[in-house]
Design a protein around this ligand. Structure first.
Ligand code: HEC
Length: 265
């Protein structure tokens, strides 16, 4: 979200304060070296705006879950701290030197809150373990658990080696694509639309609106229809903002359904 710009402003404020502490001996007698007033005003207004728009966005419940809750409360706390910092700063400017220390404490606290807020925000939009995924991937690759393609981060099946014995079966490729792009919302932890995609039994059980796969017929399968809708369609899966499936992955899912939507075992 663009409104997260105040994060940068708060960081800048922290830098200004650290700077003025470091240069204090020289600057003591002079006027303050840098005036952070504009920064504080922008950071406070921006943080409050970000928190408000975050609340509105959360009503749409695209994301949901405890991670959103955490991010939301931390964001609100951060906005509160930014506004408080503005108040303290203005009083300090008005000629009350005693208010400088609480102001600094406020900025420091806001910076501290920013770290977990940012962490949960990233977790929310990129899915759990987005930072550690590349690590676990290469570990799995070393253990020989992944195909060469998915270990290299290439779209699954994009450059499948020649010879049928080398190529993982379609069902396994299809499940790998679902795992990468769908399990975060349709897995053990979350079942958006009442749908779980992390086992053949769950897939066949369907979602809130019934079956999502009609074996041998992709065109009648809600799951296939959704992944082939135009990207801007509100029913497109994965939803807007998430990394879409590649053409190769969509093709693998189509073939998997055509071949009877079998368990990859
Ligand atoms: C960011 C979370 C998210 C991701 C990732 C995601 N979905 Fe969904 N999905 C939803 C939500 C929310 C709904 C319910 C609203 C709707 O029907 O659009 C839904 C509904 C569905 C439904 C309809 C279920 C029913 O019975 O109504 C299907 C099918 C589906 N998703 C397939 C997929 C597939 C396939 C993927 C991976 C390519 C995927 N989704 C990835 C959030 C997600």
């Amino acid at each position: 979200m663009v409104l997260h710009l105040p994060i940068g402003l708060l960081a800048a404020l922290g830098a200004v304060e650290v700077w003025s502490v470091l240069t204090r001996p020289a600057a003591e007698t002079r006027r303050e070296p840098v005036s952070p007033t504009l920064l504080v005003v922008l950071a406070a207004v921006g943080a409050a705006g970000a928190a408000a728009s975050g609340l509105i966005l959360s009503l749409e419940d695209q994301y949901g879950g405890s991670v959103l809750q955490l991010h939301q409360w931390l964001g609100i706390a951060l906005a509160g701290l930014a506004v408080l910092a503005l108040g303290l700063h203005l009083v300090h400017r008005a000629g009350r030197p005693k208010f400088r220390a609480p102001y600094r404490a406020c900025v420091a606290l806001a910076l501290a809150v920013m770290i977990p807020a940012g962490h949960f925000g990233a977790k929310m939009t990129h899915g759990k373990g987005f930072l550690t995924e590349p690590l676990t991937r290469s570990r799995a690759a070393r253990a020989g658990l992944l195909s060469a393609d998915s270990a290299a981060g290439r779209p699954v099946g994009a450059s499948a080696p020649e010879g049928p014995s080398e190529q993982p079966p379609t069902a396994r490729l299809a499940f790998a694509a679902l795992e990468a792009r769908c399990f975060s919302c349709h897995g053990a932890r979350k079942q958006k639309g009442g749908l779980r995609l992390d086992s053949i039994e769950h897939i066949l059980a369907g979602g809130d609106n019934g079956p999502v796969v009609v074996a041998t017929s992709p065109e009648q399968s809600e799951m296939y229809i959704r992944i082939t809708l135009p990207a801007e369609d509100e029913y497109h899966m994965p939803p807007e903002g998430r990394t879409p499936l590649t053409d190769a992955e969509i093709d693998v899912i189509r073939r998997w359904i055509e071949q009877g939507a079998k368990d990859p075992a």
